[in-house]
Ligand binder design. Sequence first.
Ligand code: ADP
Length: 723
Amino acid sequence: MPLADPAIIGDEARLKRLHQLALMDSAADPAFDRLTRLASKIIGAPISLVSLVDVNRQFFKSEFGLGEPLRSQRGTTIEYSYCQHVVASHSPLIVSDARLDPRLYDNPAIAELNAIAYAGMPLMTSDGQVLGSFCVVDNVPREWTPEQIEILRELSLAAMTEIELREQLLERQLIEQELRDNRQQLIESQRFVERLIHTLPDVVYLFDLDLAQIVYVNTEIDQVLGYSQDEYQTFSGEKLYSLVHRDDQPALRQAIHQRAGLKDGEFIELDYRIRTAGGSYLWVHAREAVFLRDEQGGVRQVVGVVQDISRRKQDEAMLRGYVNSLEALRHVDVELGETLDLNSVVEVAMDAALRISAADDAFIALAHEDSFEVLAGVGGYKVGMRFERGQGIVERVLRSHTAEIVDDVTDDPDYVPVIQNTISQMCIPLTHRDRMIGVIGLESRTRGRFTHEALQFLTLVAGRITIAIDNAQLYARSQEQLLSLAELYQRVSDLEQMKTDMIRIAAHDLRNPLGVVLGYSELLMESDPVEDPPAKDFIRNIHNGGQKMKKIIDDILALQRSEVAAANATHEKVDLNALVQAAFADQEAAAQTKCLRYTLEPSDSPLPLTGDPGQLHEAIVNLINNAIKYTPEGGQVSVRVYREGKSAVFEVRDTGYGIPEEAQARLFQPFYRVPSEQTARIDGTGLGLHLVRNIVSRHFGRMRFSSKVGEGSLFGFEIPLMR
Ligand code: ADP
């Protein structure tokens, strides 16, 4: 049984410790050699060893008295090792004769190396790991005395002290090496950081929390903020805080509070505006992290990187502006689409203008002949306020039809103040189809407040507003006109009623006395009681006068009847062919009296239509009667009725006086008579044609008419046939 318990020999913690000490295969060391030599001398043993036991071999850190080749080999494989048993048992191994020992009797070292007697002490570290053995060996059997064993123990302890001393030394060397490496690394990384910082386009700074000031800043500070490196490095926390824009200070204060609680790997990030050496504000993005901690782990210094983000902020602001403007424009479109009321229109417009421009004072004014009238106002401008026309930037803009931004009104020779404290002004004309409607004026107490983008958008808005204002004004005007039309209509209706009443009264009141006149004059004529011829003539005149009066009354009543009939006309089936034939027959006697050639050309089939037979008869008789009346004796009157497409047509043609062109347009107006010498003595009222036209249009028909002076006329109408 040559091997000790392999579990103990191969124990991981033990082996780790053994290798940590870096003794295996290390060079011979006089300190250990002194101990082995001493052991052999005092104890009187030929061989003494400091043996370190690895998993499959033992290494002699020191030996005394070994022969070759072992002396050079400085160790054996594990089978030859007696020391392994010291390691395995954690205790001394004292053997007088290995051949008789149950643990060693079959160890090849007995025969090959002649190792007979053995005394070994464990080499135990302070944390309890046995690394090997300090032993003495003899080639003959021998008893080891207690004194010898005690000396061996002392020497083993001394060896162990040496081992641990070396370990400490080694550790220190390692630490020193590490320190050296670290320092080198630090120098390298410092150089790298410096190079990096130098090439960065951003400002890099160190801020010391205890000193409350900047302790380092790179040269980029000059490029970005315009301060020199030296100047900035003296800036206190307070000074830096004061450089930050007032609106951004609360956020900065919060960030400063966070500094003390920063963990490693954490960042504080913040966007803010900082005043440059030139006095303007620059948008920057700052990012801070812990750079140095004090002994208690508190944050001592932070490193920060400051980046110029003014371009990004500008783009963002521009984008926000566009979105705002589009939103306003959409709002304007929606609102203006819904209203025709002028007040609402200007309110919407004002709202949009303010939203886009962020003006302090604003107005929308209508342009009158000699003044501007404020329809909507904000700030110093009030609704109803008026200011003079003919001068100022507003007038210039209105006349040139061109919107303008004036960054500083005090530099503008045309400027005439209306309110106090205005510095910059933006003015957009409201013109529609070259008509000057008014202006939108926006004013600010800050120089250069208005942007070109705002102007462009407001010009778009102005276009829409102008149309809306124009529409609203037109609508208001049309509402007024509608109102006066309604009034007019009422007046006309009243007059119409009055006329109707008068006609009715006149007709009724005239009819009775006229009846008496006619009655008695007829009696007088028949009985011939008066022999005096002139008296007879008088009586005839009375009669004729009476006849004329009757005709007038009949015409008036017919017209009134036809107008009344408009409301309660009958709608029955009528044959126009039959109607015309009957009317033709009625007028035959009159035609004969004037020796006219009087002819009729009827239709061969009925011409059915829907209508009022009485009214249609009246219309036909009127036209035939006119033809007879206005044709001199011996002339010709021809009547015709026929079908033409879907209409029934009635026409009467005469060879009479005809009607001059200039009179034709007024022919169908009530009471109009053609002023001609030839027809002046022909009785009439000028109501007949008007009556006919009304009747025809009530039957959805159209008049037919043509005439030539000296040749004759054609009168007639066409009415749709019944379907
Ligand atoms: P009245 O015959 O009672 O004067 P009308 O309205 O029937 O009224 O006719 C209006 C005018 O048209 C007449 O005064 C006459 O001058 C002219 N007129 C009508 N019919 C004819 C016709 N067939 N030939 C010439 N003139 C006519």
